[in-house]
Design a protein around this ligand. Structure first.
Ligand code: NAP
Ligand code: G4F
Length: 318
């Protein structure tokens, strides 16, 4: 039985990855940080099948202990302060967890179980003010937020540990991926939740920031398969994971309202409070390498993703 340690187990990706690994017969360990109120919402259906280990990406001793206890064949480092907008008011914390947290996890692997395969959750936010379109593995980074800068550190320290210590360490440069388990702060879920509430008469307006930003949005359930595939190859490498299609926030809003028969213009209000100090205007990934070398394909397209999320939120409030 293979053993996997997942940081960020309670998050969107951690929960889908745990589903996948349990299906494949893995023993799954989840690093769980201490919170005043426990939040198992995304993993309540598999809570009894996961072994939780108390730890925090800010605390190297807890990560060393987690690797000692789990003796993993594979480590998936998905934990992070992952909300870009909060990385401006909390830049030091974001650097500590999203940047240095990667180094701590790599050190724990290096010190305790050097043959464990390591996956780092890198991000298309690293491309930021894009140097070329579409973005691929060799596109230079130009991060536009403290979060993006921290992810660049996490990416390069992963590459550096691979090259310095011969670790099997991969960095997945994932473009935006969403699902009914997406946190409510992120724009897709904020929109689908509001559409459901407006349709059911529970809310009257939706306040948003920049409607012109473009994102390459895919389905999280598809993307965790690419993470697993990266750790099953002969040699470690880095891969862009994306759909190869981009849409504006306005397209997202239009599709979500149209799905319930409403016109978005009647409900959406632009609010400067949701504008960012520096914006990433356009993300569009080229996933050719992942398709060719990993045999990975996204299954759910943008329209079906939006419908899935709106339907889920309608059901939640009905
Ligand atoms: P998410 O839903 O926000 O989950 C983040 C996870 O990290 C949660 O389980 C959270 O635990 C945990 N965490 C936060 N601070 C921690 C700390 N100090 N120590 C240990 N764990 C901590 O994020 P996601 O969407 O699943 O994304 C997973 C990873 O992929 C993140 O690293 C994110 O930056 C990266 N990424 C995401 C996307 C995307 O579009 N989703 C794209 C590219 C890269 P709590 O439940 O306790 O808060
Ligand atoms: O949904 P978002 O907050 O995601 P963002 O900033 O693209 O980051 C996500 O994807 C990254 C991969 O590229 C991950 F690394 C990261 O962890 C996270 O998962 O915002 C998407 C776009 C932005 O351009 C934002 O300015 O939507 C725009 N937007 C417009 N109004 C809004 C809003 N975003 C949010 N969250 N809330 C709004 O009201």
């Amino acid at each position: 039985m293979k053993r996997a340690l997942i940081t960020g187990i309670t998050g969107q990706d951690g929960s889908y990855l745990a589903d996948l690994l349990l299906e494949k017969g893995y023993k799954v360990y989840g690093l769980k940080r201490r919170t005043s109120t426990e939040n198992y919402e995304n993993i309540k259906h598999i809570q009894n099948e996961i072994e939780f280990i108390s730890g925090d990406l800010d605390d190297l001793s807890s990560l060393i202990q987690a690797v000692k206890l789990s003796k993993p064949n594979e480590v998936y480092n998905l934990g992070a302060q992952s909300f870009v907008a909060d990385s401006w008011p909390q830049p030091v914390y974001t650097a500590q967890i999203t940047g240095l947290g990667v180094l701590r996890m790599l050190e724990a692997v290096k010190q305790v179980k050097q043959d464990a395969r390591f996956y780092q959750a890198s991000s298309s936010e690293m491309f930021g003010r894009v140097i070329e379109t579409p973005q691929k593995e060799t596109t230079p980074f130009y991060p536009r937020s403290p979060y993006g800068v921290a992810k660049v550190y996490g990416h390069w320290i992963t590459v550096n540990y691979r090259e310095s210590y011969d670790l099997y360490a991969c960095s997945g440069i994932l473009f935006n991926h969403e699902s009914p388990r997406r946190g409510i702060q992120f724009v897709t879920r904020k929109v689908t939740d509001a559409v459901a509430r407006i349709k059911l008469g529970l809310q009257t307006e939706l306040r948003l920031g920049n409607l012109d930003a473009k994102r390459d949005w895919g389905f999280a359930g598809d993307y965790v398969k690419a993470m697993w595939l990266m750790l099953q190859q002969e040699k470690p490498d880095d891969y862009v994971v994306a759909t190869g299609k981009t849409h504006t926030v306005r397209d997202l809003v239009e599709a979500a309202f149209a799905h319930v028969g409403l016109k978005w213009e009647d409900y959406v209000v632009q609010d400067p409070a949701f504008m960012r100090p520096a914006e990433v205007d356009l993300l569009l990934g080229n996933p050719e390498k992942a398709k060719k070398e990993l045999g990975w394909e996204p299954k759910i397209d943008f329209q079906n993703l939006v419908k899935m999320m709106v339907d889920h939120d309608l059901k939640k409030y009905s």
